[in-house]
Design a protein around this ligand. Structure first.
Ligand code: 5GP
Length: 236
């Protein structure tokens, strides 16, 4: 497969066309950002760590019957994925109260959420990824009711697989964000799953092991990502 021109550069990944219009190459860069790009830094090894982390998780999800865009690793910081038509909606599941939920509702951080919550956000940096709902998504044509139902079911299926995987490594999957797209009309998981887009706490000490270390200036960001990976069996 031949790597062609850059299609899109996001805050942490760049996407390249290939000689196959149905396939793209994702390049995980060392860049990290938070607060709508207001805080930015380059962290050594981040691209490699997140690429390998994402590949491991996507393969676990595929093995559990969840369709994903992931095809194969081709370099330490690159992988091949299916070229999805992305649905501009972010799906968030929360098992424990933290982050935006605590800020928005004033509930206690760390309280267990039973059953886990499900929220939708519009992928729109210019408006700060506002919270939306199924009615708005349907009216504005961001996703159909059928696509939303599939995305919700798949997002909860991911929770069943990953909550247990991380718990086996002594960690709590606090919350996470997923993005989906269409390939031949089928809804598939796209984007990435890495400690950049989820919250993971040590189950005993509740130490943060995810991107909140960067957002909150706690340091040891990539060391924490590698520790998470090591605990679930990834070798970097
Ligand atoms: P919150 O709504 O608490 O800010 O985010 C909930 C979860 O979704 C967190 O795990 C957070 O990392 C993830 N998340 C939500 N929106 C984004 C986003 O635009 N980028 C990234 N990297 N993660 C996000």
């Amino acid at each position: 497969m031949e790597k062609r021109d850059e299609l899109y550069a996001g805050k942490a990944k760049s996407v390249y066309r290939t000689d196959d219009p149905q396939r793209l190459i994702l390049h995980f860069r060392d860049d990290t950002s938070a607060f709508d790009g207001k805080k930015k830094e380059s962290l050594a090894r981040k691209g490699m760590v997140n690429n390998k982390f994402n590949a491991f998780i996507m393969e676990k999800l595929q093995a559990a019957g969840i369709p994903t865009h992931f095809e194969k690793l081709i370099a330490d910081d690159e992988c091949v994925v299916k070229n999805l038509e992305m649905i501009p909606v972010e799906c968030v599941v929360r098992n424990v109260a933290a982050g935006g939920l605590v800020r928005r509702l004033g509930v206690e951080e760390g309280q267990a959420l039973t059953p886990p919550t499900f929220e939708l956000f519009l992928k729109d940096d210019a408006h700060g990824d506002p919270m939306i709902n199924e009615s708005l998504a349907e009216t504005f044509g961001w996703a159909t009711p059928e696509q939303l139902a599939t995305m919700k079911a798949l997002t909860f299926k991911v929770n069943d697989v990953l909550k247990q995987l991380f718990l086996d490594g002594g960690m709590l999957l606090v919350d996470y964000k997923l993005e989906f797209g269409l390939f031949d009309g089928e809804v598939m998981l796209g984007d990435e799953f890495s400690p950049d887009g989820c919250r993971l706490w040590d189950a005993n000490t509740r130490e943060k092991m995810d991107k909140d270390r960067f957002r909150q200036g706690l340091g040891g960001v990539i060391e924490a990502y590698e520790e998470v990976g090591r605990r679930i069996g990834i070798t970097f």
